[in-house]
Design a binder for this molecule. Structure first.
Ligand SMILES: C[S@@+](CC[C@H](N)C(=O)[O-])C[C@H]1O[C@@H](n2cnc3c(N)ncnc32)[C@H](O)[C@@H]1O
Length: 275
């Protein structure tokens, strides 16, 4: 199927997402040639002495799962998107890939030494119940002393700052000969405590414009500490950088920061309570 035809198919299914339904396009739009995200996660796991078994929740295209596999870990990548999982199995082999929902998952008898959750996947837990479901599932899946490593947007960044909000930003790139243009507007929904994104895609291949809506939970550092403690996790690191998506980006050997002010949050927590 051509990208244009796929796009029209996606357009008919309002709940679908152009990038997660087209993983190759996703990787073209968000390139990580140095595998910084996977390397950063590996660095966190190594510094805190995690065992080999890792679950990558919201693994997307499988890039980070494969990087962790390449570092010698036994990795399971989990995602809700069938397209992402299919892509991961072909293009980033090594890990096992399974379908699972962040909001509550049970991978049977499998146990893990760490759960990683990168690029704001955790913020698809929009409600308190979904966040509780995620952390309860992590607790069930982890060995005592297991780690949760996550990297996401920082809700606190939007307290008093509007530089990323309300004004459309236009971005463009070419993939397989088609020029794509996205116009993206972020708004804060204070009632739902969500950062909402409306993105309109156009391209020069004759496909009609496609509007897609998504949202991330606006999660604040102290709120995150509280909910982690309630689920038996001790926070080892919580900071705004350096990380794989900060500017400047994290480099090997750099230590975690101490503030939670900038627009990304980096978390390492240890399960201290029994499963
Ligand atoms: C922004 S992408 C991040 C992918 C990958 N972690 C990375 O860093 O490249 C978010 C991923 O979360 C997945 N996702 C969204 N909601 C989910 C849910 N409820 N359960 C599992 N995965 C989910 C999407 O399919 C997508 O692959």
């Amino acid at each position: 199927m051509t990208a244009s035809r796929e796009r029209q198919t996606v357009g008919r299914a309002a709940t679908r997402n152009l990038l997660t339904d087209n993983p190759e396009l996703y990787e073209a739009r968000f390139p990580d040639p140095e595998r910084l995200a996977g390397r950063w996660a590996e660095d966190c796991l190594r510094r805190h002495g995690a065992g080999a078994r890792v679950l990558d929740m919201g693994c997307g295209t499988g890039r980070d799962a494969a990087r962790l596999h390449g570092a010698g870990r036994t990795v399971t990548g989990a995602d809700l998107s069938g397209a992402m999982l299919a892509h991961a199995r072909v293009h980033h082999p090594g890990p096992a890939y399974v379908r699972a929902d962040l909001h509550g998952f049970d991978l049977g008898r499998a146990v893990f030494d760490a759960v990683v959750c990168l690029d704001s996947s955790l913020l698809y837990c929009h409600t308190g119940d979904q966040l509780d479901g995620f952390l309860a599932s992590c607790r069930h899946a982890l060995v005592p002393g297991g780690l949760l490593v996550a990297e996401m947007r920082n809700g606190a960044y939007f307290l008093g700052r509007t530089d990323l909000l309300d004004t459309p930003t236009v971005d463009g790139f070419t993939w397989r000969g088609t020029a794509y243009r996205s116009t993206t507007t972020l708004t804060v929904d204070r009632t739902a405590q969500l950062l909402r994104r409306v993105r309109v895609w156009t391209s020069d291949d004759g496909a009609p414009p496609l509007e897609q809506c998504s949202a991330w939970r606006l999660l604040f550092p102290l709120e995150l500490r509280h909910v982690l403690a309630a689920h038996g996790f001790e926070v080892l690191e919580l900071h705004d950088g350096p990380g794989p998506r900060t500017e400047p980006p994290w480099r090997e050997g750099q230590l975690p920061g101490t503030t939670t002010d900038a627009d990304r949050l980096h978390l390492v927590a240890r399960l201290t309570a029994p499963r």
